[in-house]
Design a protein around this ligand. Structure first.
Ligand SMILES: Cc1cc2nc3c(=O)[nH]c(=O)nc-3n(C[C@H](O)[C@H](O)[C@H](O)COP(=O)(O)O)c2cc1C
Length: 184
């Protein structure tokens, strides 16, 4: 068992985060891991935005403006404050390209794989990470505010920072519950 596998068998998300955010060196290494994602035809169909500091308030304004279910002031405030749950939010954007052999779904999966690699690299460096989406990820208002082009989509809001307190362990299914040999 390699250290990588041992790490994967123990990694978990953390929702309760505070400053400091990942330092520049750690962040750059984690973002470089995104370019190691499997990528059919090497289309590089992804890009990322790094948001911290006051940028999170601007993101919160977009969340509030783009949240169709938030109608009461309390719900709007909750949406507005959502990006403040961590000192840094990395937005993972799928940016599919026209290609005769690579359908859009494969390109979105490549973007998701890249997000996963960033998450793992940041966790490996000791930071807490939580991959979130929710209604803001699918809001045209949020897309426009973040500068997405036609055809692009948000695959992740990766919240990251220093863990305040660890969440309770998430139960993991046994391998046999989700794997079979085929043909039996
Ligand atoms: C595409 C995607 C979107 C997600 N969106 C949310 C979300 O909006 N809110 C949330 O609580 N968890 C969300 N999750 C799940 C968490 O990131 C996390 O994986 C889950 O809480 C299980 O924790 P674990 O990573 O420790 O297994 C999402 C996961 C994925 C892959």
């Amino acid at each position: 068992m390699t250290e990588v596998t041992e790490f994967l068998l123990n990694r978990h998300s953390e929702p309760r985060l505070q400053a400091p955010a990942p330092d520049q060196h750690t962040l750059e290494r984690a973002l470089a891991c995104a370019a190691r994602a499997p990528d059919h035809a090497l289309l590089r169909p992804w890009r990322y935005l790094v948001i911290e500091g006051d940028g999170r308030n601007a993101l919160g304004d977009l969340f509030a403006a783009g949240c169709p279910d938030a109608s009461t002031p309390a719900e709007l405030e909750k949406a507005r404050n959502a990006p403040l749950r961590a000192p840094m939010v990395i937005v993972g954007i799928a940016s599919p390209k026209e290609h005769p052999k690579v359908p859009e779904v494969e390109q979105v999966m490549s973007a998701a794989a890249g997000v996963s690699f960033i998450e793992l690299a940041l966790q490996d460096a000791g930071f807490g990470v939580m991959w979130r989406t929710g209604a803001p990820a699918y809001s045209p208002i949020v897309h426009k505010g973040l500068g997405l082009s036609e055809g692009e989509s948000i695959v992740a809001f990766l919240y990251t920072g220093t863990v305040i307190s660890e969440k309770p362990a998430v139960p993991r299914p046994e391998v046999a519950e989700y794997v079979e040999r085929w043909p039996g």
